[in-house]
Design a binder for this molecule. Structure first.
Ligand code: ADP
Length: 422
């Protein structure tokens, strides 16, 4: 018979179930937005114990190497103590839940022979009632979620089991995600270390190559001047190869500037004419070897930009170096800097082999070279212009190339914003 009392009881029961479901939604939202592994599992068991009104909740994950379950967290009890206890798959209730992939409710644990007592003894906890559910991702069981000793009513119910299964499957996915994120972060950190080792190796190797190469270049220069006939040709071949190698070593040293966009900018007042003079001095040996002149036009009044001196000189040296290499023996390179509105335009002009219109932009791409690398004579790594472009971008400027066409010389222009004072 259903009287007003049982109607009220049903309403109260329904209200309680609605509350539980509302709380379940909150838990789901938190689970899908937490990626910190330890915080996530602590949250899962606390929320699970609270929602089921259980004295304790615990979470076991499957260890595929040992083929056993291990406690990862538990409310109450020392989690590090629990973590030491392996839970066998064949002689425990958790193991049965895992193997049979189904929920189990036992409201009198002491009578169940599968109960694995070692855990309770270790943490001094007496389990009377147990609800355990498998944690699944698709068909794969990854662990077990357990609640012990219901504080209200006469024990765990089917409704509790259904609610618990929902938490468990969401927890399984959230844990998997957190694990994947952690693994990715670790892999990323490892990659960073490897990348640093690679960069360090290149920096050290290129630095160490400079000294012996300088010696080879120096003696080859003497020999070339003194030797006659066939020996003179051999000396010239040694010299050319050493110059080629010097370019490669310089490119290796400059490889780190490829990532120039991620480097800190150290601005200072830079007199741009002086900077051109310095870069010219650095490249004179190369130009003289090819019988070329490098002309630096005067600049009056002086132009000063707030720029990163070290990076700017690498960029300008790359342009001068190219002008020399891509201009035949006896050619000329002209350097100038002048004001254009509120910018300074640094110009490197040569009367060399020129650039066809279709290549004027692509030459600024990393590792792009107009000639096939197997047949080219003036080989570098193809990174110089991409370094120049990155540097100019970093300094708030621009760089571009102009050329009337192949065989008719090239001009490279770097536009840099000027400070108010200059
Ligand atoms: P690399 O010189 O090592 O090949 P860069 O990035 O400095 O690499 O130059 C890319 C390409 O642009 C060169 O391979 C060359 O074909 C072309 N280039 C660069 N500077 C000049 C120049 N002054 N005259 C003609 N071509 C040039």
């Amino acid at each position: 018979m259903t009287g007003p009392n049982s109607y009220d009881a049903e309403r109260a029961d329904l209200k309680a179930q609605i509350n539980v479901l509302a709380r379940l939604v909150d838990i789901s939202v938190t689970l899908s937005s937490t990626l910190d592994f330890q915080r996530l599992i602590n949250y899962i068991i606390t929320a699970a114990a609270e929602l089921l009104e259980a004295e304790v909740a615990s979470l076991l994950l499957y260890d595929d190497k040992q083929n056993e379950l291990r406690f990862f967290a538990a409310t109450g009890g020392d989690p590090s103590e629990l973590a030491k206890i392996p839970v066998p798959l064949n002689a425990s209730i958790a193991g049965t839940i895992f193997r049979e992939n189904r929920a189990i409710i036992i409201n009198d644990v002491s009578k169940d022979s599968r109960h694995f007592r070692k855990v309770g003894e270790k943490v001094n906890f007496h389990s009377k009632m147990l609800l355990g559910v498998p944690m699944r991702i698709k068909d794969r069981v990854t662990g077990v979620l357990e609640a012990l000793n219901k504080k209200t009513g006469s024990g765990f119910t089917e409704f509790d089991a259904r609610i618990f299964s929902i938490i468990a499957s969401q927890a399984a996915v959230a844990i998997e995600n957190a694990r994947l994120v952690t693994a990715l972060q670790e892999a990323y950190a490892d990659l960073g270390k490897l990348d640093k080792m690679k960069s360090d190796f290149i920096a050290i190797a290129s630095h160490e190559l400079r000294t012996p190469l300088g010696v080879i270049l120096g003696y080859a220069t003497f020999l070339r001047e003194d030797a006659k006939g066939e020996t003179g040709q051999y000396a010239q071949a040694v010299f050319d190869s050493a110059v080629h190698m010097r370019k490669l070593v310089e490119d290796m040293t400059n490889l780190r500037f490829m990532e120039v966009g991620q480097m800190p900018v150290q601005r200072e007042a830079v007199n741009l004419h002086e900077l051109l003079a310095e870069a010219r001095q650095d490249t004179l040996v190369l130009a003289e070897a090819k019988g070329q002149k490098i002309l630096l036009l005067p600049c009056d009044p002086p132009l000063v930009a707030q720029a990163d001196r070290a990076k700017l000189i690498v960029a300008v040296s790359n342009l001068i170096n190219n002008a020399i290499r891509y201009t035949p023996d006896g050619g000329a390179v002209e350097l100038s800097v002048y004001r254009k509105d509120d910018e300074a335009w640094l110009q490197v002009k040569d009367n060399g082999r020129g650039i066809s219109p279709r290549n004027l932009e692509s030459i600024f791409d990393g590792f792009y070279q107009v000639e096939d690398h197997m047949t080219r004579k003036s080989g570098g790594l193809g990174i110089g212009l991409s370094i120049v472009r990155n540097t100019m971008k970093l300094l708030g400027g621009r760089v571009w190339a102009e050329s009337p066409g192949e065989g008719r010389g090239s001009t490279f222009i770097c536009a840099l914003p000027l400070t108010a004072k200059s």
